[in-house]
Design a protein. Structure first.
Length: 210
């Protein structure tokens, strides 16, 4: 991300709503907290931050008018959809490339998704594991325990069959998520419940100026 000085400038450039900004900031802050208490293999902190600060930019394609009452944003959103389609993952990848992420970073961004948890749990990349874990800990309104967060997702998407939280692989992916948590905690001096909204708060202002 060399074109702009601050991640907040990038969020403004793409008209990212506050709640989506907060999700990406919380996920990134959770990862920093883990790295500050990490005893495992060396992980590139800045690279992981870049990945997570941009990991859901494509969600602008999923935000409807009733969720964000901002005509300027809706026009911007429609322009992006017309140009790139409605696939939020594709849009995230396009924006990530525009903002300077490397091919390796984009690969990790794509691999860390919930529906790839079976491959993530088998992977040797703790950078991917931490990225996946932190994303899956953060609910719309803040950080939850992993199982609580994923069960909340199942309830939220119970009327949307075929989504990642409502399909034949969901329970398997939840089991993999819990195993990923165990793998990470083996090399982290924190306990899972020590990763919470209070403990990450110190990192949020730092990230806004990143």
């Amino acid at each position: 991300m060399t074109r702009l000085n601050k991640i907040i400038d990038i969020y403004k450039k793409y008209l990212i709503p506050e709640n989506l900004q907060m999700h990406m900031l919380r996920v990134t802050a959770s990862a920093i907290l883990i790295l500050d208490n990490w005893k495992g293999e060396k992980i590139d902190r800045d690279s992981l931050m870049r990945i997570l600060l941009l990991h859901d930019m494509g969600n602008i394609a999923k935000i409807t008018a009733d969720q964000v009452d901002d005509q300027k944003f809706q026009i911007f959103r429609q322009d992006y959809i017309q140009k790139y389609g409605e696939d939020d993952h594709k849009i995230t990848e396009i924006i990530a490339k525009e903002e300077g992420l490397t091919e390796e970073e984009i690969k990790i961004m794509n691999n860390k998704i919930f529906m790839n948890n079976d491959n993530t749990v088998a992977s040797t990349s703790y950078k991917t594991k931490i990225a996946a874990y932190c994303d899956q800990r953060v609910a719309p309104n803040g950080i939850l325990g992993l199982k609580e967060r994923l069960e909340e997702g199942k309830i939220r998407y119970k009327d949307k069959p075929g989504t990642s939280m409502n399909n034949s692989k969901t329970n398997e992916m939840i089991s993999c998520a819990l195993e990923i948590e165990k793998q990470i905690m083996k090399y982290c001096s924190l306990k899972p419940d020590e990763i919470n909204d209070n403990s990450i708060s110190v990192y949020l202002e730092e990230l806004r100026n990143y």
